[in-house]
Design a protein around this ligand. Structure first.
Ligand code: C5P
Length: 226
């Protein structure tokens, strides 16, 4: 199958909108591949931090994005996908708020985004791809057949994130998470390259107060209208 005929479903939205969970479940239901593009930005931010680099240095961050080796390894036992950064399994480190903030800081540099462009496009493989991110429908796969933009109120997103992190045993406060989410939203929406916004042809779904299963069904309807 020529690559550009392979179906792509893009799922964009702000942090905590449920994109990660919804994308994984929808990909499983469709039997399609999954691209967690946020993990790539987190991996570069993490590698830069480990190397003691200055996260505000655009050239250094671009070089870091060009040279960091990122691999996704599917677990044999059905557990979660592992992310290997320069031969180190960094899955746990990448989940932290620190990694999220580092990702958001380095994601503003055009050189970093260009370095990750081809890597992301390479995930388009038969029978299909669910692409989770901020600019999947606008920049990386503008020709995607199916596009969704998930939103939820900042308060609801902070609550979801709080629960997720608490379940993982991390020590966080709801107020701090809300502040971080609002700051990250602002930075992601205000940057000049690939700002966070729905593609013109995306269906926006507000997930505030809707359970995961309901959102999954709504997204699946976009791909397979009944
Ligand atoms: O989705 P996740 O929370 O893992 O993304 C972390 C950060 O990476 C985002 O806040 C955003 O700044 C950046 N990102 C991006 N473009 C993407 C995915 C993530 O700029 N496609």
């Amino acid at each position: 199958m020529p690559t550009d005929t392979i179906p792509v479903l893009t799922i964009d939205g702000p942090s905590g909108s449920g994109k990660g969970t919804i994308s994984r479940l929808v990909a499983e239901r469709l039997g399609w591949h999954l691209l967690d593009s946020g993990a790539l930005y987190r991996a570069v931010g993490y590698a830069a931090g480990e190397a003691g680099l200055d996260l505000s240095d655009a050239d250094a961050m671009t070089r870091c994005a060009e040279t960091t080796k990122i691999r996704f390894r599917d677990p044999k036992d059905g557990g979660e996908t592992r992310v290997i950064v320069n031969s180190h399994d960094a899955t746990d480190e990448l989940r932290t708020e620190t990694a999220g903030a580092a990702a958001s800081a380095i994601a503003v540099f055009p050189g970093v985004r260009t370095a990750l462009f081809d890597k992301q496009r390479g995930f388009r493989r038969a029978p299909g791809l669910v692409a989770d991110g901020r600019d999947m429908g606008t920049v990386i796969f503008p020709d995607a057949r199916f596009k969704v933009f998930l939103t939820a109120s900042a308060e609801e997103r902070a609550k979801r994130r709080y629960k997720q992190l608490k379940d993982k045993g991390l020590n966080v406060t709801l107020a701090a998470l809300l502040r971080e989410i609002q700051a990250r939203d602002e930075r992601d929406a205000a940057r000049t390259v690939a700002p966070l916004r729905p593609a013109e042809d995306a269906l926006t779904i507000d997930t505030t107060g809707i359970a995961v299963a309901g959102v999954v069904d709504a997204v699946l309807l976009v791909v397979r209208p009944s």
